[in-house]
Each structure stands twice: as structure tokens, then as C-alpha cells.
Design a protein around this ligand. Sequence first.
Ligand code: ZN
Length: 320
Amino acid sequence: MPTTVKGIHHVTALARDPQENVDFYSGVLGLRLVKKTVNFDAPDVYHLYYGNEVGQPGTILTFFPFPDAGRGKRGAGEISAVSFLAPSLSLEFWAVHLSKQGVRFDGPVTRFGEQLVSFEDPEGMRIEMVFADGKDSGESSWDGGAVPRDSAIRRIRGVTLMLRDRGRTEEVLTGTLGFRAAGREGDHFRFNVGEGGAECAIDILTSAGSPRAGQSAGSVHHIAWRTPTGKEQLEWRQKIQEAGLFVTDVLDRNYFQSIYFREPGEVLFEIATDPPGFTVDELPAELGTHLKLPPWLEPERTRIERALPPVRVADTRSGQ
Ligand code: ZN
């Protein structure tokens, strides 16, 4: 049986306008759009994947932009913030860059010994930028975008869960998924997973009286943890069942295989395989430039393309 998940695979969120989403995550935050596909369960809606140069697990943030979606309502049982990791020396760059782009940020503040700033994306999703170095775990940041390589986002550092109660969630994190309790600072209870400088953190905040979150644009939908193989994923499935949680069958997401379960605080967790990755249907140099469909949706391509609004990645190459 596996003892610990290997860190974050990806985070998926809900949005409204696909072009606004691309303009912010590619044009302002400098991530690479590594895959333009559709929501496999609702193919009239995009599924946009952002990441580093090749979209390595751990760097991936994805969105379902539903053009008619209203704003999500903040509350308990959801991920209330997503943290990126950027080099410690890039704080000044980001402060200037965000200001220039009209993004108002809070901070810097220090949490668990690291400086961070926080801001909202165009839909109100809370983003934190943590400035720390750690050992590079091989991520190659993307310098074809709005941010020069030496300041570029390295990967997703972690998420914050907003829960009514943290007891049973902590049990699943430490007892089932292999997280290590890393103490408390203020209201934040931290749990780490991953090794070799690729450490990921979950912070838990609690608010017993909070209403339940209502998910819509600006809400994080789920977080996926990494597993290296399909074989280990099946072992995870068994282990999660043995912990008394309902877990889905293995689903084919074309770029990875997935299982999903709700942790006791009602946040949706996924365990996703590293292979095959985003170069399975597009050359590394062309990632994100074509509308890619899984084989079972190819017969519907004409109809799907007609229903989707066009999106364009602006040429915001750093220095221009
Ligand atoms: Zn996912």
C-alpha cells in the first residue's frame, strides 16, 4: 500500500469568461496555456490548463469557464486560496508587475517564515504568491509569457481549506494520505506532503458558524494529488475505501487517470496519475495552441468548435 501522495498534481477552479481567464493567468501571471480542451462531462465548455513549460504535475492550474456562471459564494467546505511558489528574490518584481497590471494585492506578510502577497483573480478567487526558494524539483518555468524566467511562478505551493471543523479532515490527511502536521501559526494549521524541496502545504482554517460555500465562478472546484502509476492509484482507491470514504471508479481524463472522493470536510479531492501528461496529443512547442478533444469526442468536433467562443493567447512576451 502507498503511504504518502507525492504532492499536488493540479488544482481545478470555476470561472466565467474564458478570454478574461487566459488574459489573467497567461497575460498577467505568466503561466503557459498548456492545453485547450473541453469539459469532458459538458463539452460545450472549455477546460483550460495552465502550467510550466511542459505542464508538469505540480504546476497545473485548470479552469472550467462557464460563460453564464454567477459569482461563487465563499463559505465552509471549500478551498479558499491557492498558493503559487515564486523565487524569493522576485518579490519586488511581482509587487511592481501586479501594480502595473492593475492587480491590487495585500502584503507582503510573513507566514511560517515565508513572505507572501495575496490578491484576487478577475472572478474573486484568492491567490497567494509565496516567495521562497526550496530546492528546485526540476520544474522548468515558462519564459515565453508575461514574466521573465527568473521571476516566473515555479509551481503550486499549496491550498487553504476553509472548514467548519478540522478533526476528521486532519485524520484523513495524516492517517490516510501521508501528510505531516507542521504546526500552527495564527489561525492556520499546516500539513505538508512531498519531499526534496517539492513540499506542498495544506493550511486549514476553521469557521464553525460559516455557511456552506456555493460553488460557481471564482470557486476552486477540487485539488488533485499525484500518484506515479495506475497500479498505485488502485491501491489508493482501496485505502480510501478502507478509510470509510466513497471513492469513484478510475476515470480517463486523457492526460491522466483520476479517482475522486470528498474528504470529511466536504472538499473534493482527486488522485491523478503522472502519466501520460500533456504531450500525449500535442508537441511540446505547440502545447495549448490547438483545441484538443479526447478520441470519444472527436466525432463531435464541428459542433463543439461552433459552440465555443474563440480564445486567444496575447503575445505578452516579457520585455515587450
Ligand atoms: Zn482534476
